[in-house]
Design a protein. Structure first.
Length: 417
């Protein structure tokens, strides 16, 4: 448990840890605002796209084998990133880090299902796993701020190799059987192209990229319908679309808010990277501790109550920050909201997955979440009142999820929810 949780901590940490380093990165390597957004989004775009089949790769070749490959690659590419001579090279290496992170994530989700096959035990284990790994989402700004303040942006990447080595040593004796899952690589290529074009259209306001993304999307839908091994199984999507929507919106709100608030604190309020990281500490603490409680709630009541409560808290935290301009209390609220939503979503997806497809189900959820993160950075960086817009979106999602859960109960019981 420790080994694959530690590695996933590393993977999720890299979705947020570079955000605090952006001003120092700009001073060192130069580049426009769009270039800074791509330094963040190159990782999340590649991560999201490759998660669509990263779980399937783990189901096909063995979760432990794919996990170890992903962790080892992550450590090596991080070393290269620390030595990047310019912004273009760094963006390319960040994309490769996203691919390695997707392999690591698919393997860790498969291992979670293999080691804890009983649903209640798996829910509790997911809570512990989320307490270790979910804290990375919030700890990124704090750790990034401390490292950048002391040693500069390159230190962010030098943190990864020793953690990757510890994870590999902890998991060296773990093995997994191969499966029979078939992978459609053409679908994966189209998914990567679609996400990259969408991000470029949003970040660079490029109409050509927007038109190309629509064309690639049409090809992706056609390829999925004809494929004998679709990356997005239709039955899984039909059963879990409320969870997928909730995960997308949660990451949209968090990643977008983190990007906007970082620029506010450093460019407008002129805080140092270290002070900015400390300013996000109220967000970190709930996400470190509360997933343990969430795991117990999921084991007893199912995933829906924590998801609903978490979405409501996310909306409240964003709205409070936008309307009052006060950070500390509302970051605590936002942290509790995320710590309820994310473990519950993962537990629900894994529990509903057919045998032998836990990696695929978890990969689909994480793919949607990273799409949300990518869109959050791209969209909230260019719109007015971004935190308030994200708050409204979270509130609408909470309402929609409640209605979907009520209809599902009605279908199962024959009575209104």
């Amino acid at each position: 448990m420790f080994g694959f949780s530690l590695a996933y901590f590393l993977v999720i940490l890299d979705t947020t840890v570079l955000t605090i380093a952006l001003p120092d990165l700009r001073a060192s390597l130069g580049g426009s605002l769009a270039g800074q957004q791509w330094a963040v989004n190159a990782y999340t775009v590649a991560f999201a796209a490759c998660l669509l089949t990263g779980g399937a790769v783990a189901d096909r070749y063995g979760a432990a084998r794919i996990f170890k490959l992903g962790v080892a690659s992550f450590g090596v590419i991080s070393l290269l990133s620390a030595a990047a001579p310019d912004l273009g090279v760094l963006i390319g290496l960040r994309a490769l880090l996203g691919v390695a992170g997707a392999l690591c994530t698919g393997g860790s989700l498969g291992l979670l299902a293999e080691l804890f096959p009983e649903p209640a035990a798996r829910a509790r284990a997911t809570g512990l796993w989320a307490a270790i790994t979910g804290s990375a989402l919030a700890a990124g700004p704090l750790i990034g701020g401390l490292l950048v303040g002391l040693y500069g942006w390159r230190a962010v990447f030098l943190l990864n190799p020793p953690i990757a080595l510890i994870s590999l040593l902890a998991m060296r004796k773990v093995v997994s059987p191969r499966g029979s899952r078939v992978i459609d690589w053409w679908v994966q290529i189209l998914a990567c192209a679609f996400l990259g074009l969408v991000a470029e259209a949003l970040i660079g306001s490029a109409p050509v990229a927007a038109l190309l993304s629509l064309a690639v999307l049409a090809g992706l839908v056609l390829a999925e319908r004809r494929s004998h091994a679709p990356a997005l199984p239709g039955g899984l999507l039909a059963a879990t679309w409320p969870e997928l929507l909730a995960g997308t919106v949660a990451n949209f709100a968090f990643s977008g808010a983190l990007f906007v608030l970082t620029l506010l604190l450093q460019d407008t309020r002129h805080l140092s990277p270290m002070a900015t990281g400390l300013a996000f500490l109220p967000l970190t603490l709930p996400m470190t501790v509360n997933p343990l409680l969430t795991g117990r709630l999921v084991a007893r009541y199912g995933p829906r109550p924590p998801i609903l409560g978490g979405l409501a808290l996310i909306a409240a935290g964003l709205a409070g920050t936008a309307l009052t301009g006060v950070l500390t209390p509302w970051l605590v609220v936002l942290g509790f909201g995320l710590s309820f939503v994310l473990p519950a979503l993962m537990a629900g997806m894994i529990n509903s997955a057919p045998p032998g497809t836990a990696g695929t189900a978890g990969g689909v959820l994480n793919a949607f979440r990273q799409v949300g993160a990518t869109l959050g950075v791209a969209v909230m960086g260019v719109i007015g009142r971004p935190l308030l817009v994200a708050a409204v979106l979270a509130a609408l999602t909470c309402t929609g999820y409640a209605l979907a859960a009520r209809r599902a109960r009605h279908r199962l019981t024959g009575r209104p929810g």
